[in-house]
Design a protein. Structure first.
Length: 280
């Protein structure tokens, strides 16, 4: 690990790359964890991969050895310049580098068929990144392997009575598997929090695009005020009469004093099916 830490520091010194906390730039410096992430992604010679946040390219090289093609999206200009110089000097033709914000990246420009995502995201874009890529009805990925803040991984895989909008959002679209924990000491600079690697395998879409949007209107209304009871949040957020909500709860054997975090995914689907007729 110390060899990779030393190489990382030297590359940053030579190319005048200053890791910025505001951008979540903490470089992984443990070879074994890179190997574990790539192993979890289960890359075959027929796979195309979207790598988000390639950093200094240590994982990019590993992915390119296995995949048919790797599109690596890096926002930081200095890091991108280093990657561009490095891959230009090599004979690696499998890697395509893109200097762009992943939240503005058009998947259809680069992928027309199946692909897998491997990413080490800035933690502040986790929720919007997941919502963006999981909710794609066209050109959605097969799977996503992510390095995330340990606390966020715990929230993603949570079950009732500890559900959240994030948990519902991910579990609605995919199954999840926690691959491993990653202590803060495995990064340079060292972050203040521990991380974890999670694998997200996408399922077939449950609803049409229109009903998908309606479903999340219900979910977001339900979680809109954490201290309030679910029935009040739904009544206020969706303008559904209280009597209709109470009747729905009774038919589904849901307590009228329950809160959103107490509902299972099955509860949410049943509630949506019952209240769908009242949602405009």
């Amino acid at each position: 690990m110390e060899d990779l830490r030393k190489r990382t520091r030297e590359i940053c010194r030579l190319f005048e790359i200053t890791p910025e906390k505001s951008k979540g730039q903490n470089f992984l410096v443990n070879e074994k964890i890179y190997d574990d992430i790539v192993s979890a992604a289960e890359i075959s010679s027929e796979d195309e991969v979207l790598e988000v946040g390639p950093g200094l390219g240590f994982m990019t090289v590993r992915l390119a050895k296995l995949a048919k093609r790797v599109v690596a999206v890096e926002l930081d200009r200095e890091i991108f310049a280093y990657l561009e110089a490095g891959f230009a000097a090599s004979d690696n033709t499998k890697v395509e580098l893109v200097n762009e914000d992943i939240l503005r990246f058009n998947v259809s420009d680069k992928f027309t068929g199946k692909y897998k995502i491997v990413a080490n995201l800035p933690y502040n874009i986790t929720s919007i990144f997941l919502r963006t890529f999981l909710s794609l009805f066209k050109n959605s990925p097969e799977s996503i392997v992510l390095m995330l803040q340990e606390e966020v991984v715990s929230r993603i895989v949570a079950q009732a009575p500890k559900m959240s909008v994030l948990a519902v959002s991910v579990q609605h679209y995919a199954s999840t598997e926690v691959i491993r924990g990653v202590k803060a000491g495995n990064f340079w600079p060292e972050p203040r929090v521990d991380s974890a690697v999670i694998k997200i395998i996408l399922k077939d879409k449950k609803f049409t695009l229109a009903d998908d949007k309606l479903f999340f209107r219900l979910v977001k209304a339900g979680f809109s005020a954490k201290r309030k009871m679910l029935k009040n949040n739904i009544a206020g957020g969706l303008q559904i009469e209280a009597k209709e909500i109470i009747n729905a709860f009774k038919s589904l054997n849901i307590s009228d004093r329950t809160r959103a975090e107490n509902l299972t995914m099955e509860n949410w689907y049943n509630l949506f099916a019952t209240l769908r007729q009242f949602m405009l």
